[in-house]
Design a protein around this ligand. Sequence first.
Ligand SMILES: [Fe+2]
Length: 220
Amino acid sequence: MSLATESPLSAVDERAKPHVAVPTLHHVNLKTTRKDEMIAWYQTVVGAQVLCHHPAFTFLSNDAANHRIALMQVPGIVEDPDRIHHDGMHHSAWEYTSFEELNDTYLRLRQEGILPVACVDHGCTLSYYYADPDGNLVELQVDGFGAWEQSHRWMVEEAINQEFLVGAAVDPDKLAQAHASGLSFAEIHAKANAGEYSTGQLPDLRLPAPPPDAPPIIRV
Ligand SMILES: [Fe+2]
């Protein structure tokens, strides 16, 4: 029996449901106390370019959009030293079209001393998380299937049944070595998800520590 037939209210709601025009996610806008550092970091990490600069506002883009990142530094904004425990956005996510791009970016940033704080094979994506100068996490990812249609279906049908809901922690150096040795991304992804490239420790996803009796949600 469907919810609509169980509940007269649901049936009414369904009939009254308005058409929802679907917008595309366009940009993130971050409040900051160190705008110049943030500009340099997003230029280095995601290849953003400054399109418009003002002492209080800067607009950057790494594609044809008029901006993908906005940074605001206005009087009254203060740093949040306890952001891990406060609500709000956890991360923005940026997608590459291939593992090679993600891996090359990891190696390039490593040369510059910029290292991820956490790397996780989520199943639907392989994701490297970086912390910007303010501590906002930026997820650099590649689709685990190489096709949104498949990863979308995986999320609907399989994600909840994974042994570890969030996936497997991975060491990006081990993935880079596997790639250099000639393994394909499909092989690397399967091994990563099975825990073969583990760091041996929980990744620092900048969240409060889980209670000691909580079931593990990440394979380490
Ligand atoms: Fe994410």
